[in-house]
Design a protein around this ligand. Sequence first.
Ligand code: AMP
Ligand code: MG
Length: 433
Amino acid sequence: MQHKHQASSTLPGDRAATRASCADDFDSEAITVDVAQQRILSRITPLAETEQMALYQSLHRVLATGITSTMNVPAHTNSAMDGYALSGDDLPESTPRPYHVVGTAYAGRPFKGHCTAGQCVRIMTGAVMPEGTDTVVMQEHVDSISDSEIRIYQGHNKYQNVRNAGEDIGEGSSVLSRGRCIQAADLGVMASIGVAEIDVYRKPRIAFFSTGDELRPVGDALGAGELYDSNRYSLHGMLGQLNVETVDLGIVEDNLNDLRETIGTASRKADLIITTGGVSVGEADFVKQVVEEMGEIHLWKIAMKPGLPVTFGRVGNAAIIGMPGNPVSVMTTINQFVLPAIHRLSGRPDYRPLTIQVVCQSKLKKRAGRFEYQRGILSYDETGQLNVSATGKQGSGILTSMSRANCLILLDENCDGIDAGDLVTVQPFNTYL
Ligand code: AMP
Ligand code: MG
């Protein structure tokens, strides 16, 4: 199990948690992951502006107005099979009986006549049930006697093989709620009730930039002690999977004026600003100072690994989250704190990533007292059982661990290590294996 031993002393995160529940101002101690997630969400106001758009273009947008059906689906009671339609009261009781075939009903071309006792109508899947019929006998279950006569055997049931009008969606019923993030099937469902245009919330605008004197854009040559800015690429990739507008503000040097200017610009353009680097207590870590100066800070330390120093606050109308520069910290923090915030901004209150419990095949080292996100690889063993193993080296600079991983292994504050064979909770982020 994940909780191998309960930590006996009070956890630093728990202490902070009790105090944080009533305090709005930032806490100088690290707060727990749970408290941090709640606090961030409580400071994010969902966007109110809406726009109308064509249904066809709306995949993964968030509905601003719920959808109620003005019609039945199916619109008419129809056949679920190719076969013969007749009245259920006229089915044979004890011996097979012949029936006269009085016409044919096709999908989209109803049979116009009436069907009476001793008669049936040849019917195709999806064709409207002819007047006088309520039951369909499958084609494979009848004998053909001549072009206009068939034989039906006993053993059938009244109403079989018929789809009732409104059986999928009833007229007047609520189909999709406000706040629904539109999925592929939803597009089909809305099309099935004839909806061509829908109201959605506007896309959140997200500005991001990297900070660090040592950073160079890919394409440039590297000088001594310099490295390529990889964070903007990972970030661009993660944001690219969401329905957001992004503003990439590039690389900003570690000095107060450049940071003030960039954060100021970003706050006028975006609903959320994401920065990487420069939030710890190193001499060149100015992000927190600038946010404090230009706006307010709601939290700045979360008891987790990787990614302990996280600055979250507000500048003007924009929320801002400043993450440490380590590439793995960035991706983990985005995953755990920024994605929920973006979904809340988008008007989607129901966002909760999937977590599952699986057997861990690796021994994992972990200290109690803080939350850890280790990179895991979910795979199937020979018996078809899903399990997880660690990606190997877990340092916050080992970005290839994130690239090899397809899930985060969530080890909570109480956990002080995992033995091979223990159950762990994982959060998949690539759902194909
Ligand atoms: P910082 O949070 O600024 O102290 O950065 C922590 C570590 O992450 C340092 O080793 C940085 O060089 C590295 N780092 C910061 N920003 C980036 C970036 N955009 N891309 C890759 N590595 C970075
Ligand atoms: Mg830095």
